[in-house]
Design a protein. Structure first.
Length: 243
């Protein structure tokens, strides 16, 4: 039976690259999206063009009850996920004194609460497979080092790391690995910067360039593979040597 991987936020950017990488490894990829159905369908088309298989799935990872309903129904119909990439996330950057409650809540609910909202309905069915498994959370360099104007985002991404390290201990006896990948400055729609800000940011990167979604996906792909069966509770940075 083909092993299934759920990739949240896979309609574009890092999520899409992860889905394509996993499909190339032979996983059946469930391409999650919130509002960009066209993007999710494009991701799925690229998967199929490359000889892979998958489907699309819509839900709001920030809405606990609705997310649980959608995922539970899918699992009942199609079986448990062997792996999950928790990638869906947003930014609402602002200096902390000016940050609104909505900007704080939106990022925490989408970037941190979604770890629970997505994984909680998936864990017991995954354990029931008795095949091991893979959980990979996309954190950020901001969660490791902080960043001006991103107190909310850094808090959420740092929280993911704590969650990963704790869940890895709980699931180790089930041969389910739990790891985080922490990208640095990656060339996606989420990180579009004006030229001056970009030049300042590049000064912090020894490689003097942005990373690509595919470079992040390559690490995710390794963690998903059988070759990474003894790698758990780790945070792997993909940041061009920022620190």
């Amino acid at each position: 039976m083909q092993r299934q991987f759920l990739i949240t936020g896979a309609s574009k950017g890092i999520g899409r690259a992860c889905a394509l990488n996993l499909a190339q490894q032979g996983f059946y990829c469930v391409v999650h999206y919130l509002s960009d159905k066209a993007g999710a369908e494009e991701t799925l088309a690229l998967i199929k063009e490359a000889g892979g298989q998958g489907t699309i799935l819509q839900c709001d990872v920030a809405e606990r009850a609705a997310c649980a309903e959608v995922l539970t129904h899918y699992i009942e119909e199609h079986g448990a996920f062997y792996g999950v990439v928790c990638n869906a996330g947003i930014t609402r950057d602002n200096a902390f004194p000016a940050m609104s409650g909505e900007e704080w809540d939106a990022v925490i609910h989408t970037d941190l609460d979604s770890f629970y909202n997505v994984l909680q309905p998936c864990i017991m069915p995954l354990i029931g497979l008795r095949q091991g498994g893979r959980i990979i959370a996309i954190s950020s360099v901001s969660g490791l080092a902080g960043n001006r104007g991103q107190v909310n985002y850094a808090a959420a991404k740092a929280g993911l790391i704590g969650a990963v390290k704790s869940l890895a201990i709980e699931l180790a006896k089930r041969k389910i690995t739990v790891n985080a990948v922490a990208p640095g400055l990656i060339d996606t729609a989420m990180t579009k910067l004006d030229s001056l800000v970009l030049q300042q940011a590049l000064q912090l990167i020894p490689f003097k360039r942005m990373g690509s979604p595919e470079e992040v996906a390559a690490v995710v792909g390794f963690l998903a593979s059988d070759a990474a069966s003894y790698v758990t509770r780790q945070v792997i940075s993909v940041n061009g040597g920022m620190f």
